[in-house]
Design a protein around this ligand. Structure first.
Ligand code: UP6
Length: 271
């Protein structure tokens, strides 16, 4: 598959958050997102500092941190994002009605909207979920001058997932009707093209989880493909967790290896 450079896409994209991401990818020459699935603040911050130079985005599951506090977990993470120029993506997988997700996004102990540039969203509840999140984001965008956006879960990497076919198409339709959507979590770009396309499709940002080298699954339904396979299917950014930060891994060495694999796969495909 031939593709345009990240620079060219940054210049043309009408969504400022997507442009920022493409620009960071091009500048740092990395289309790697590391999933920081750890349970302590110390581990989270050490990995963010050590791997910061090699990633464009860090993904978090902030609700698995045992010793979470806004001051000691989030504030240093935000400082590291400035130091290493990466964006933060909280993989919250919102899935409720608009009014509820609005509060889940801006309230509670996490106050996700204050610090996460990207969040994941299920299409199950219908388009109100995007309106609710957008309502929470507007005042923050105005106040701190940073962009916020959603990645819709168009497809999942796990075995037996119900997100395929018409469901995936429904997500893309919902995304088309909302300025809050930056792109998709998907296994292939092809799946995010509308079959009955009446309006020109946007240049969506595609992030692909379920990526690892030398292993096909985790015994709990996860299904892995290699960085090359993800890129060949039109992904923009690979998401890697245990392949890089797993117990038996040397995270810096692995981050360099995955970054190189995904970047070389991109270089092979550019026009
Ligand atoms: N994730 C998937 N598949 C999806 C969506 N999200 O694995 O379809 C997330 C998981 C986890 C990460 O929630 O945080 O990506 C994958 O981690 P791993 O590389 O260690 O399997």
């Amino acid at each position: 598959m031939m593709r345009e450079t990240y620079e060219a896409r940054a210049a043309k994209n009408s969504n400022p958050l997507v442009s920022d991401i493409f620009r960071i990818i091009a500048e740092k020459k990395t289309n790697l997102c590391v999933s920081l699935d750890v349970t302590t603040t110390t581990k989270l911050l050490k990995l963010a500092d050590d791997l910061g130079p090699y990633v464009c985005i860090f993904k978090t599951h902030i609700d698995i941190i045992d010793d979470f506090s806004y001051k000691s977990t989030i504030e240093p993470l935000v400082e590291l994002s400035k130091k290493h120029n990466f964006l933060i993506f909280e993989d919250r997988k919102f899935a409720d009605i608009g009014s509820t997700v609005q509060h889940q996004y801006d309230s509670g102990i996490y106050k996700i909207v204050n610090w996460a540039h990207l969040v994941t969203v299920h299409g199950v509840p219908g388009s109100g979920i995007l309106s609710g999140l957008n309502l929470a984001a507007e005042p923050v965008v105005q106040k701190i001058g940073q962009h916020r956006g959603a990645l819709m879960l168009a497809q999942l990497s796990s075995k037996g997932s119900l997100a395929f076919g018409e469901y995936t198409q429904g997500c893309v339709q919902m995304a088309n009707e909302s300025n809050f959507v930056a792109g998709f979590i998907a296994q292939s770009r092809e799946a995010t093209k509308l079959k009955s396309e009446s309006v020109a499709s946007r240049d969506w940002l595609i992030l692909t989880p379920g990526v690892a080298i030398g292993i096909t699954g985790d015994g709990l339904g996860q299904q892995y493909k290699t960085p090359e396979m993800a890129m060949e299917r039109g992904s923009d950014v690979i998401i890697v967790g245990r392949g890089i930060i797993g117990d038996d891994k040397e995270p810096i060495k692995e981050a360099i290896r995955y970054r190189e694999a995904a970047w070389n796969a991109y270089l092979k495909e550019i026009k």
